[in-house]
Ligand binder design. Structure first.
Ligand code: NAP
Length: 250
């Protein structure tokens, strides 16, 4: 297999479904070896490994909100592939019931655990194994810059705001080692997580937020991530890349 990422190793969190799955496959199509992380969907993760080929992919069950699990994930990655060139921190919880009134401490900790603590400690534990020219991508959402955001996204947007700020600081820090750190901020993408609790009317309304009148597809995001993983993106660092078909502009 030869491609722009031949010889590179990618670790994609939450790669059994949705955007992470499409990303794992897109990176492998450019020649990368891929670690497919998941939390519970064992057979879906195995299916991704089969699609890529077991010679270039492994699946690792690990809850990224738990430090012990992160340690296992990094160890299994290094045991098999010796390094991490591309770290895609996609795993996260999309949460639509996070109003000020509805959010209790347990829910707050759960969201911050998977969306903020997870990526923070993933970067901390993975960085020693990321060589010069490495790539880190964290995940936010276009909702953080959407002026029509509704109160139910308070908690979710708070976690993603933290991620965006982490990116800015990490880009300055790790940039000295020639590792770029960027945020990926999708708009509505038709994944399992997206459809939870949405009526047909809500889906239609959100589809029309983009001028093309459709939801994004996981592959729309995965192809941008693949470009950022490649050498051609080397001067893009500390940026928030909004992939939303024009739902937000500017
Ligand atoms: P999804 O379809 O629900 O897939 C989530 C993936 O993450 C699954 O592979 C799941 O594994 C894994 N996962 C969840 N919690 C985990 C944890 N604690 N540790 C390890 N893996 C975990 O989600 P998605 O819609 O593709 O979203 C992916 C990312 O994009 C999230 O960060 C989300 O906030 C962001 N985003 C999504 C949208 C959208 O409209 N879809 C918009 C903006 C931003 P299992 O299969 O094992 O459960």
């Amino acid at each position: 297999m030869s491609g722009r990422l031949t010889g590179k190793v990618a670790l994609v969190t939450g790669a059994s479904r949705g955007i992470g799955r499409a990303t794992a496959i897109a990176l492998s199509n450019e020649g990368a070896s891929v670690v497919v992380n998941y939390i519970s969907s064992n057979s879906a993760a195995e299916e991704v490994v089969r699609e890529i080929g077991a010679d270039r992919a492994i699946s690792v069950k690990a809850d990224v909100s738990k430090l012990d699990d992160i340690e296992i994930l990094i160890k299994q990655t290094i045991d098999r592939f010796q390094k991490i060139d591309i770290l895609v921190l996609n795993a996260g919880l999309l949460w639509q019931n996070g109003t000020l009134e509805a959010t209790d401490e347990k829910t707050f900790d759960k969201l911050f655990g998977s969306n903020v603590k997870g990526p923070f400690f993933m970067v901390q534990m993975a960085t020693p194994y990321i060589p010069e020219g490495g790539r880190i991508m964290l995940f936010s959402s276009s909702l953080t810059s959407f002026s029509m955001i509704t109160p139910n996204y308070l908690l979710y947007a708070a976690t993603k705001g933290a991620v965006e700020q982490m990116t800015r600081v990490l880009a300055k820090d790790l940039g000295k080692r020639n590792i770029t750190v960027n945020t990926i901020s999708p708009g509505p993408i038709g994944t399992d997580a997206y459809y939870v609790g949405k009526t047909e009317q809500m889906v239609r309304m959100q589809s029309n937020l983009a001028p093309a009148g459709r939801l994004g597809e996981p592959e729309d995001v995965a192809e941008v991530i693949t470009f950022i993983a490649c050498d051609q993106s080397r001067w893009m660092n500390g940026q928030n890349i909004r992939i939303n078909g024009g739902m937000t502009v500017g």
